[in-house]
Design a protein around this ligand. Structure first.
Ligand SMILES: [Zn+2]
Ligand SMILES: [Zn+2]
Length: 126
């Protein structure tokens, strides 16, 4: 048992870290496996921000779901997710949804760690 063999995804591809694969980013072809560490959204299957695909390190971007960031802009916090370039674009767009993260809030948090208290509301929006 465990995460070695997790069955197949919706396209019938075997998933789990026992299975060798190549990065799903178009034209990449880097060798990975279909374990959780390469899964977009940190989990098999479709997740809130993930897309059920597997990517190499180069094509996974780290985002903070709970909106904690270091001064240099690197994400921290309890809810870190690795997502692919396409999903991270959607992720950032979500954060700019009116009433969640305004342009002003983006500017306000520049250079400081901001606890975004209304993050729970986001889950009602999407
Ligand atoms: Zn993705
Ligand atoms: Zn790649």
């Amino acid at each position: 048992m465990g995460w070695g063999d997790c069955g197949t995804d919706s396209k019938g591809r075997p998933i789990g870290y026992l299975f060798e694969a190549t990065c799903d980013y178009p034209g990449c072809g880097k060798k990975i496996d279909r374990g959780l560490s390469y899964a977009c959204g940190n989990m098999h299957g479709e997740t809130t921000y993930g897309c059920e695909q597997y990517f190499c390190r180069e094509h996974l971007k780290l985002r903070s779901e709970d909106e904690y960031y270091n001064e240099d802009g690197t994400p921290l916090g309890d809810e870190l997710i690795n997502i692919c370039p396409t999903c991270s674009l959607e992720f950032d767009l979500d954060r700019q949804t009116e009433g969640f993260l305004t342009e002003q809030q983006y500017h306000e948090r520049e250079g400081q760690i901001i606890t975004y208290k209304d993050v729970g509301d986001l889950y009602d929006l999407i």
